[in-house]
Design a protein around this ligand. Structure first.
Ligand code: TXA
Ligand code: MG
Length: 326
């Protein structure tokens, strides 16, 4: 595996020069972290196995884990994957946006096997972010990008978060400020049979089901997102979920003011007005802030499971899962 970059990471501005430079680095096989509307991605040329190998090296990610290939839209996506009627409908409705579609690889598709982890399917997404879209258009090829964090750590929603994990390990960060959605895309597999929800995310299950009918859940050993390791998105502190009160020594991740006035404890409210979209956009930011206080445990107030709450609860459950060797 090639070694990660090992030189200072350049910060590129979200203007035409920055975009052109990011695209040049990507075409040369380098690594560029860039903002999307969900989280920052760690991008490389998806058609180049050498470039994709650098992503795995920089993240310390198990190489069996396939990556999402980012494209400008459905036209580019059709060159890479075969779209069923349902997949077409989903792409036409939710792209550009926080939805990833896993479809069978198209004959002559350019996304390399390493990016697909050898699977006969490919994950495709057209992000809804002007700077990312301009960069993708300038690169002129699909860009593979997992979230721009070290494997197993909380996903980055600002350029500063990217640098905390990856400074010196990527060529550049295209800094377009904080992301708007704040957690990852929804992943739906459209392979043989009915569509399967592989990961809840930025587009709610309700919206997708209103369009294409009910989504199945993954059958173990059949279609699954191999990256959905139980422990993922993990802060250092232990999480206590659905907490109704704060205990001694805990920091608090609140929702809709449940914990009340705190007695000197570090408490951040995901959304004081109980808005799930606002809560999603603040989730990783708040987890990082509370983790940085050095508290051993973070009590998390109950989050409703409807709409994007399903994705928030999914990420919290993973962050709370026991970790190997810890
Ligand atoms: O919002 C997002 O989706 C962000 C931004 C950067 O686009 N990306 C992201 O990528 O979250 P990552 O690598 O952290 O998560 C991608 C997930 C993994 O769980 C992976 O296993 C799954 O997508 N995946 C990729 N290709 C797949 C395939 N062919 N079949 C099933 N799952 C796949
Ligand atoms: Mg990730």
């Amino acid at each position: 595996m090639p070694s990660p970059v090992d030189k200072p990471t350049r910060i590129l501005a979200p203007n035409s020069e920055g975009i052109a430079e990011a695209a040049r680095i990507l075409r040369d096989g380098g690594l560029v972290a860039f903002a999307t509307e969900t989280v920052y991605g760690l991008g490389a040329d998806a058609t180049s196995p050498e470039a994709v190998a650098r992503i795995y090296a920089a993240k310390g990610r198990p190489a069996f884990n396939p990556l999402i290939a980012h494209v400008t839209g459905l036209e580019a996506a059709r060159r890479e994957g075969r779209f069923s009627n349902i997949a077409e409908k989903l792409a036409k409705t939710f792209w550009p946006g926080p939805l990833t579609l896993v479809v069978p690889v198209a004959e002559g598709g350019s996304v390399c096997e390493l990016a697909r982890a050898g699977l006969a399917s490919v994950a495709l997404r057209a992000p809804d972010h002007a700077i990312a879209r301009a960069m993708l258009a300038a690169a002129g090829r699909p860009i593979a990008a997992p979230s721009a964090n070290l494997s197993g750590r909380v996903s980055p929603v600002t350029a500063a978060h990217v640098l905390e994990d990856l400074a010196g390990r990527v060529d550049a960060v295209l800094d377009a400020g904080p992301t708007s959605v704040g957690l990852e895309s929804t992943i739906v597999a459209c392979l043989a049979g009915p569509p399967v929800l592989l990961r809840p995310g930025g587009v709610s299950r309700e919206k997708i089901e209103a369009l294409v009918g009910s989504l199945s859940t993954p059958v173990a050993g059949k279609v699954e997102a191999p990256g959905m390791l139980a422990s993922h998105y993990a802060p250092r502190a232990r999480l206590r979920l659905d907490a109704r009160e704060l205990r001694q020594g805990e920091a608090g991740l609140d929702f809709a003011g449940r914990f009340g006035a705190s007695s000197g404890a570090a408490v951040l409210d995901l959304s004081a007005r109980g808005d799930l979209v606002e809560a999603a956009s603040r989730l990783y930011f708040c987890l990082r802030e509370l983790d940085a206080t050095g508290a051993e445990a973070i009590a998390v107030a109950p989050i409703p499971a409807d709409n994007i709450g399903e994705a928030i609860r999914d990420r919290l459950a993973r962050a709370a899962a026991p970790r190997d060797g810890k």
